[in-house]
Design a protein around this ligand. Structure first.
Ligand code: GZL
Length: 347
């Protein structure tokens, strides 16, 4: 919007325009605004004129991690910080994100920020944003497009590395327990099909698993990053496989659901249990369970990305160059190190 207002000022107060515009306006001063009543003009509220209007399409509110991610964005893009935030929750549906992005374009947002629910199917709407000269900042998950000029930058996490960290932890754990050559039966709860987090974590873990011919991934089922679907999927796998040794669950919400299913099935888990539990996200509730031994390891995925958005927009506003990608720092939590992080965990 800010850009659009500047453009209008440029046009209206260009030396040629001023005379023509005055000539056109003077007669209407005598007939009043009635003549303009029927003209549709898409505009953000007037108070946004000196604010940077940012349209944010958040993919959903499916997990504790997502809640923290949304909060981080809202805490950074405040009115006091100079922003007019238009926020949309797509409830994990791509068509809602596409609709929201088109809405931001028609409202002449200055920037579009979005966390894509899946990687594919974005070319058309990103081309529309590019044609409208609106920079697009991708956050959290990534898009799979041939032409990377369709977005300005990506702020996210290295999902593949997160998957490899899980595999490396299991290698170290089995060695430490003198089980390195034992047959290890693994089940996997995957996140939303086609999402960067699910694709990357699966690829990364499987890259390590492929190095061990005594590791057997019995089955991978999606729990769509939610506790309810994670519980349902784990319940099915417990019925199919009586000898599960390891659960790899691609986010803490599905892990909570899976733990409920194991409790109901009378299957022990965690530090002293039959099923070793590997989780992702490292949200506070899950870290408490790492601390009490119910979860063996939690691979962090850092949702605090709002400050990066603010920094990048300020750079773009002042014409400074920005990187094509920003990978946020993240940790691995076990009972050995979790205590020092628990108190400061805000999500
Ligand atoms: C990870 C993010 C994932 C989290 C889940 O980058 O996209 O989505 O791991 C969330 O908790 O639902």
């Amino acid at each position: 919007m800010k850009k659009a207002v500047e453009k209008c000022k440029e046009l209206i107060f260009g030396h040629v325009g001023v005379f023509i515009v005055l000539l056109c306006i003077i007669p209407f001063l005598f007939v009043g605004p009635e003549l303009f009543r029927g003209i549709e003009v898409e505009q953000a509220p007037s108070e946004s004129e000196d604010l940077i209007v940012v349209g944010v399409s958040q993919l959903g509110s499916e997990s504790g991690w997502r809640t923290a991610h949304t909060l981080s964005i809202q805490e950074a893009l405040t009115k006091d910080a100079g922003y007019f935030l238009i926020f949309n929750n797509a409830r994990q549906m791509q068509e809602n994100q596409i609709k929201a992005i088109r809405g931001f374009i028609s409202q002449r947002a200055d920037y579009i920020v979005f966390a894509p629910v899946v990687e594919t199917g974005w070319e058309t709407v990103l081309q529309e944003a590019k044609d409208a000269d609106i920079p697009v900042i991708i956050i959290d998950r990534m898009v799979d497009v041939k032409d990377d000029s369709l977005y300005t930058t990506w702020i996210g996490t290295d999902a593949r590395e997160e998957g490899k960290k899980a595999g490396r932890w299991l290698e170290r754990y089995l060695r430490k327990k003198n089980r390195a050559s034992e047959e290890i039966n693994i089940v996997v709860l995957q996140g939303t099909p086609g999402s960067t987090a699910a694709l990357g974590r699966t690829e990364g873990f499987e890259e390590i698993a492929a190095l061990h011919d005594n590791w057997y991934i019995l089955e991978s089922m999606t729990g769509d990053f939610t506790a309810a679907k994670g519980k349902e999927a784990m319940r099915e796998m417990l019925q199919r496989y009586p000898s599960i040794n390891v659960l790899v669950s691609q986010n803490d919400d599905m892990t909570m659901g899976a733990i409920e299913a194991m409790r109901e099935a009378g299957v022990s888990f965690g530090e002293n249990g039959k099923v070793k539990v590997i989780s992702f996200d490292a949200t506070r509730d899950a870290l408490e369970m790492v601390n009490n031994g119910q979860i063996n390891v939690d691979i962090e995925c850092n949702p605090k990305q709002g400050a990066y958005i603010d920094e990048i927009i300020r750079k773009l506003e002042s014409g400074e160059p920005v990187e094509k990608s920003y990978i946020v720092e993240e940790n691995v939590f076990t009972k050995d190190n979790v205590k020092e992080f628990l108190d400061s965990r805000t999500y």
